[in-house]
Design a protein around this ligand. Structure first.
Ligand code: FES
Length: 206
């Protein structure tokens, strides 16, 4: 697999790595694509809401370490509002790109950062827990990467329908029958949506 020099640099010498004592917020997320995990710790200035310090611990692959490292660089010194806007594409671009099958590592890093920020905001009454709606499903499907091209299935217009009724999430996906990633995509959708307690069953049509 071809990695950029920047990915290798951040993998070999990751920035802001380690556990933080008494963080203001912490989040741990796992990638449904591979089972890898990452934790992100935040120290936030309560007046300015600037991220003063940020650390991560990785339990995953080289790209997991590199993307977590770059995301901490990108978020440090930013306000929570600005850090929330960092996308997985920006993180991958800041590493001079990632192989398509590794794009989900960047999704995981960004997702974990956003979860840590949300935890801080909810704890300090700056935000409320989001209510689950049908849009939540579409937002979650934006985190499912089609490994062949390294883009999410919503942007690729592979999602023909997404619905939610009586605890059942229904998703129709347009993917060729002979595509070798067919089962991966279905499994990943199932795992992403399965984490919401509101969803009792996931029905996928391919
Ligand atoms: Fe899954 Fe990198 S986080 S392979």
């Amino acid at each position: 697999m071809q990695y950029s020099q920047k990915v290798l640099d951040h993998f070999m010498k990751p920035h802001n790595v380690g556990k933080m004592e008494n963080p203001d917020a912490v989040a741990t997320e796992g990638s449904p694509a591979c089972g890898d995990q990452v934790s992100i710790f935040l120290k936030v200035d309560p007046q300015s809401l600037i991220i003063e310090d940020i650390k991560f611990q990785s339990y995953g692959c080289a790209s997991n370490i590199a993307t977590a490292s770059i995301i901490t660089d990108l978020a440090k010194g930013k306000t929570l509002a600005a850090a929330k806007q960092i996308t997985w594409k920006e993180a991958a671009d800041a590493l001079d790109g990632l192989p398509p099958v590794k794009m989900h590592c960047s999704v995981l890093a960004v997702d974990t950062l956003r979860k840590a920020i949300k935890e801080y905001e909810v704890k300090h009454q700056l935000a409320r827990e989001e209510k689950f709606t049908k849009d939540t499903i579409v937002e979650e499907l934006r985190k499912v990467i089609y490994p062949k091209v390294g883009e999410d299935i919503v942007t690729l217009r592979m999602v023909k329908y997404a619905g939610f009724e009586n605890g059942i999430a229904t998703v129709d996906i347009d993917i060729p029958k002979i595509d070798k990633y067919r089962d991966n995509v279905a499994e990943e959708i199932r795992e992403h949506l399965g984490k919401f307690p509101e969803i009792k069953e996931v029905r996928i049509t391919l």
